[in-house]
Design a protein around this ligand. Structure first.
Ligand code: AMP
Length: 321
């Protein structure tokens, strides 16, 4: 039997056209599963389940498999590859979707191979929740950890399927705007509290340049975004975050609290690289020392010395008591 991947991801493989303050770039390789798998491939052994059309460049598949990504579940059929176009002209933290063409994803019904069904970590990247649910239901053993992401299109068009999916996953990673849209709440803390009631172990709310907050049932942990001088293309930041987050957990085979906090930092590290260039250009060219150097920069960025000896802050007495 083929090797069981440590991580399985289902999501989109796409050609994206983006308009950012740095300019436009058309038909760049993207998609939620693509960013996730490239990002997590630095840390773990990952397999992709997705569909592409006859127009898919064989060089793009080779780029993924050359990185050790298992593309045996990347099916190619007649028709066109998924296409998304978006603009960040208004706000670098929030993509405005100009067009979504599902193309070959409209009729995709994945069938998992036996090895894929036994992956211990599963990421249901942003795609139709019915498809995410179909992959989850085919797993032969309940993975150690199942996480998912989603976006406004599916909250609008497939809410019942999405809500029932969320009841079966451990961790939801979601953008701030989408967390508010999904819950009807007006702040991230109340949205997270609402989402945790559905049985999730944790909700990770991604806040673009303001970082990400992990609301776990037993703790809350915030990590900043790396303060970059120049952000070229925010596309894929969320999926690269998820790839670092879950890739780290799967590589250490640990889902404890300390590992989850560290995973959130690794997520922020990978997202910070993704936005430095168009598409996957920066992410795919990283070395181990680039990743470690930025991880250490995060340690420094968030380091402060607590007060020793059980002392509190030297707060002056209140004058009104
Ligand atoms: P993010 O990491 O959140 O920036 O996600 C960016 C990727 O999401 C892009 O590469 C798009 O191809 C992909 N995408 C956009 N809309 C959808 C959608 N409705 N379903 C699946 N993937 C999408």
């Amino acid at each position: 039997m083929p090797e069981i991947p440590r991580m399985l991801v289902v999501g989109s493989v796409a050609y994206d056209s983006v308009d950012t303050p740095s300019g436009k770039n058309n038909d760049q390789l993207g998609g939620s599963a693509t960013y996730f798998s490239v990002s997590s491939s630095f840390l773990t052994n990952v397999a992709v389940v997705a569909v592409v059309g006859a127009d898919f460049d064989p060089g793009d598949r080779a780029m993924l498999s050359d990185r050790g990504i298992d593309t045996s579940g990347l099916v190619q059929v007649d028709g066109n590859t998924f296409r998304w176009s978006g603009s960040y002209r208004e706000d670098l933290n929030d993509a405005v979707t100009l067009e979504t063409q599902l193309n070959v994803f409209a009729d995709f019904s994945p069938e998992l191979g036996d090895a894929h069904k036994r992956s211990p970590f599963l990421f249901l990247a942003n795609i139709d929740p019915n498809l995410q649910g179909s992959v989850l239901s085919q797993m032969s053993t309940r993975p150690k950890m199942v996480a998912c992401d989603t976006m406004n299109l599916w909250i609008d068009n497939a809410r019942p399927a999405l809500v029932s999916l969320i009841n079966h996953v451990d961790i939801l990673l979601i953008n701030e705007a989408e967390a508010l849209q999904l819950t009807g709440c007006d702040g991230v803390a109340s949205a997270a509290e609402n989402l945790l009631e559905s049985g999730l172990k944790a909700v990770v709310i991604k806040r673009g340049e303001y970082g990400a907050v992990t609301f776990h049932r037993e703790f809350t942990f915030a990590v900043p975004a790396y303060p970059l001088i120049s952000v070229v293309d925010p596309t894929g930041a969320g999926d690269s975050f998820a790839g670092g987050f879950l890739g780290y957990l799967s590589s250490v085979d640990d889902t404890g609290h300390d590992a989850i906090r560290r995973a959130a930092v690794v997520g922020s590290v990978m997202a910070s690289f993704a936005v430095e260039s168009y598409g996957l250009d920066r992410l795919r060219s990283l070395s181990a020392s680039d990743i470690n150097a930025r991880f250490n920069a995060f340690v420094e960025l968030t380091r402060f010395h607590p007060l020793g000896g059980g002392q509190g802050l030297p707060v002056r007495p209140q004058f009104n008591n």
